[in-house]
Ligand binder design. Structure first.
Ligand SMILES: *Cc1c(COP(=O)(O)O)cnc(C)c1O
Length: 840
């Protein structure tokens, strides 16, 4: 029990906003600095273990208790005052009151280890930035009893996995209880049985995160194990988890809103395909209210958006169809064949034996996006099969580029330099002046950088020493005390050991790397970390190769592999680096966020132009490793890209870093730190991402949701779609006239005439469009634009349409005439995937 004057510490420790609130964190640390370290910076653990005498003296220390009061007031202000969204939404009709955000993993803080890598950390940053911006999100996820595994190494450098048990009561969670204090549970289907799940709430600033837990008395063994581990077990286990997340998640939301009186969300955001089943549960809810299936689908689609995260077909969640049938056999009143149709790959090259969660996401979400511009492009190509009658550029998948939460990821010393008392200049965003370093002298910036590097070196030596002991290699470990040097040019490379990320590319020419590491005048050092998925022996092999290289006596002080990469390692790692390396096989990195976190701390990126770096690369912010995508031979491609990597380090990075002025300062390098902070950081903020989601996705989704809820709109839309689909086989373009003019010079106006058979449809049901584009060597149209034709008279049962096309650029022009469905409720012309094209 805490003394009265320290009581607010309980609330402060329970809301995870302490994690990105510097002063509050400092308050906890100051209570008992050594306990703070030994409890892994976990305030709740620290409060439960702190010495009673120490508490008594702190309770009487008025300076301390005033700081506690202040921190509590600060939290209450943060939770209640108007923020960006409150101002923004005041002028927006149908702005969402609540948005549900579903994700299989959330990386909010290392004290709640419920993430494996980038996807989870992104979801955590999304919630934090939403909280900072006042965007009313509710997170929905699972509480894994063992989280993701902890990594260590054996003597040979092979990855070892441990799964420590997490007790929910030791975590910053509260159980959702009803008015009688009873824990609330929801029912969840698991094949032919039904089990119960409880709902834990993590408070992420203003954002509640609901986490479902299948460990409830009375559940079968199969049910109890559903939430055992993140990404552990086989396909069947994964399906059970996704059913809990999607179906159970919606039910948990309903309970949460019922008990708290919060408004029901009007927007449902599925972060990656894992949460796709949420759409099925929402259809079920509508049907239970007496709404027919097609109408329920319209309601659900209008309020849903889907974010895809992988540009690699193999990265997409797919289940054997039989398994899904078995799971949803009794999901009344939804028709089983319709459920199965949502996940069917019924396109060229599709596999009819699987149920595809991304396809489900696209079919049940009216809006969809990738996570960088390049990834948007790749996704449009990858999923064009779902909209095969349309040009790739028309595939309705947009993009919102990821961002990272500055208060979580920027070193406190750097944040202090950016803090601004006025907040009225143009370069101030979210309370920090990103151009502030322009007014900070070289010396101050460089001393801070040295400090950051020093902190990384200390952290690395501690972890190395522990790892050496753990591997049983402690016989000879004095070298660890000299490992790394706070004055040497420092490179970082840390991320999951997925093969496309090419952890070992830098080992391609080991002698060349050693020369760079051991240069007597201008050496470099590299800090490496990353976990391989427990079932990924190839990834483990790459880690072993790296560890063995790092174990060699002539390398070990300059290149280190630190086991157990997680947020607690990541936070000091990024600021300590001067250069962040990323060498994925382009374009397989959807966005990537580690480079953003490094850049936020003034580190340059040395990266293949994939994901976000393709969009925001600038020589002022770092270097581009050329991508040799045109080389089909993987080995040759690696060789060339690796050679470029060494060249850039040797010829550009090393000279710039070690070029010093009379005061020993690398002025060009310091200028690069300024340029990155003022030019790049404002773009890569998670708050920018969340605002972009709000403006381009959440608000349009909420509007569509409100519109479809009016009168009979949903039922009419559903009926109209059915009528269109039924009549579509009779729709055709029978003749196009006016294309024969051969001399099509610039400025010519082409009068085009088309005869269109509408079958049972009327001109109100469709648009007839002339698609104009440049013809390439394969006879395909590119850079297309569309001109809508005007309906004219009926000739021999067909309707005449006319359009005039102004030729505005030279070159070979092609025109296709097409008929597409037209309706108010369609968010874009490709939505139904239907188009009847002229054949010539
Ligand atoms: C940011 C981060 C990642 C993601 O790194 P990418 O290079 O974007 O894949 C993974 N793990 C941790 C701990 C991180 O902080």
């Amino acid at each position: 029990m805490l003394p009265e004057s320290l009581k607010p510490l309980e609330e402060l420790a329970l809301n995870l906003s302490w994690y990105w609130n510097g002063p509050t964190k400092e308050l906890f640390r100051a209570m008992d600095p050594s306990l703070w370290e030994s409890t892994g910076h976990d305030p709740r653990k620290m409060l439960s273990q702190i010495d009673a005498g120490r508490l008594q003296s702190l309770a009487k220390d008025t300076r301390f208790t005033r700081q506690v009061e202040y921190a509590q007031r600060d939290l209450h202000d943060y939770l209640t005052m108007d923020r960006w969204y409150q101002k923004y939404s005041a002028d927006v009709e149908d702005a969402p009151e609540r948005i549900a955000y579903f994700s299989a993993e959330f990386g909010v803080s290392e004290v709640l280890p419920q993430y494996s890598g980038g996807l989870g950390i992104l979801a955590g940053d999304h919630l934090k930035a939403a909280s900072d911006s006042g965007v009313p999100i509710i997170g929905v996820g699972l509480l894994y009893r063992h989280g993701y595994f902890r990594q260590s190494l054996d003597a040979q450098g092979w990855q070892q996995e441990r799964y420590p048990l997490l007790a929910p009561l030791d975590l910053p969670l509260t159980l959702l209880r009803d008015a009688d204090g009873e824990a609330v549970t929801v029912e969840v289907p698991l094949r032919q049985e039904t089990y119960r799940a409880r709902i834990w709430i993590a408070q992420v600033g203003r954002v509640p995160l609901l986490m479902l837990d299948s460990v409830v008395e009375g559940n079968s063994d199969a049910a109890l194990s559903v939430t055992d581990r993140l990404y552990g077990g086989g396909v069947e286990h994964r399906l059970a988890q996704e059913v809990l997340l999607g179906i159970g998640g919606v039910r948990a939301l309903r309970e949460y809103c019922r008990i708290t009186g919060e408004p029901t969300p009007t927007v449902y955001h599925a972060n990656e395909g894992h949460a796709g089943f949420l759409g099925l549960e929402r259809i079920r809810e509508y049907m239970n209210d007496g709404i027919d299936f097609p109408t329920a689908v319209e309601y659900t689609r209008a309020g849903s958006l889907f974010t895809t995260h992988t540009p690699v077909p193999a990265g997409i969640d797919r289940f054997p169809r039989d398994m899904v049938v078995d799971q949803f056999r009794n999901f009344a009143p939804l028709p089983l064949d319709q459920i199965m149709a949502f996940g069917t790959e019924d396109y060229v090259g599709g596999d009819h034996g699987v149920f595809n969660m991304a396809v489900l996401g696209f079919r049940l979400g009216q809006r969809a996006n990738g996570v960088s511009q390049l990834h948007g492009e790749v996704s449009r190509e990858m999923f064009q099969g779902l909209w095969r009658s349309f040009d790739v550029s028309e595939v309705p998948i947009g993009s919102v580029t990821n961002g990272v939460h500055h208060k979580t990821w920027i070193h406190s010393g750097l944040l202090e330099l950016l803090e601004t008392p006025t907040g009225d200049s143009e370069t101030v965003i979210d309370g920090y002046d990103w151009s502030a370093l322009d007014r900070v002298d070289d010396n101050t910036i460089w001393s801070l950088k040295q400090r950051m590097r020093g902190e990384l070196v200390n952290m690395a030596r501690e972890r190395l020493a522990a790892s050496i002991r753990n591997r049983g290699l402690s016989g000879n470990s004095e070298w660890v005390e000299h490992a790394l040097d706070p004055n040497i040019l420092t490179f970082g490379f840390a991320r999951r050991a997925a093969s496309y990320k090419r952890l070992t590319l830098m080992l391609r020419d080991p002698e060349r790397l050693k020369k760079l590491l051991n240069d007597p005048q201008r050496p470099i050092q590299i800090v490496i970390a990353g976990k391989a998925h427990p079932a990924d022996n190839i990834g483990k092999g790459l880690i072993q190769e790296m560890v063995r290289f790092a174990d060699a006596a002539d390398v070990r002080e300059r290149l280190v592999f630190l086991p157990d990469y997680d947020m607690s390692m990541a936070r000091p790692l990024y600021p300590g680096c001067d250069v962040w390396i990323n060498n994925p096989l382009r374009p397989q990195e959807a966005c990537g966020t580690s480079g953003m976190k490094a850049a936020m701390n003034g580190a340059a990126n040395l990266s293949v132009r994939d994901g976000w770096w393709d969009e925001w690369y600038d020589p002022k912010f770092g270097w581009e490793i050329p991508s040799m995508e045109n080389i089909a031979n993987a080995d040759q491609r690696d060789a060339q890209e690796a050679a470029a990597l060494y060249d850039i380090i040797e010829n550009e990075i090393v000279p710039r870093f070690y070029e010093r002025d009379g005061n020993g300062l690398p002025t060009k390098w310091i200028q690069m730190i300024r340029d990155i902070t003022s030019g790049l950081t404002p773009k890569i903020l998670a708050s920018r991402m969340v605002r972009e989601y709000t403006e381009t996705m959440y608000v349009p989704t909420a509007k569509a949701s409100a519109k479809i809820a009016q009168g009979r709109t949903a039922a009419d839309t559903a009926a109209w779609k059915q009528r269109i689909r039924a009549a579509w086989p009779q729709v055709s373009v029978s003749r196009v006239e006016g294309l024969e003019q051969s001399a099509m010079s610039l400025g010519t106006a082409l009068e085009i005439n088309a005869l269109v058979n509408l079958g049972e449809l009327t001109p109100d049901d469709v648009d007839v469009q002339m698609v104009v584009g440049e013809v390439d060597d394969d006879d395909e149209l590119h850079s297309i634009r569309t001109i809508t034709a005007t309906a004219g008279e009926v000739v021999d049962g067909a309707r005449r349409y006319r359009a005039t096309i102004e030729l505005d650029r030279p070159g070979s022009v092609g025109v296709t005439c097409r008929v597409v469905p037209r309706h108010d409720q369609l968010s874009n012309i490709a939505e139904m995937g239907l188009a009847a094209l002229s054949t010539d």
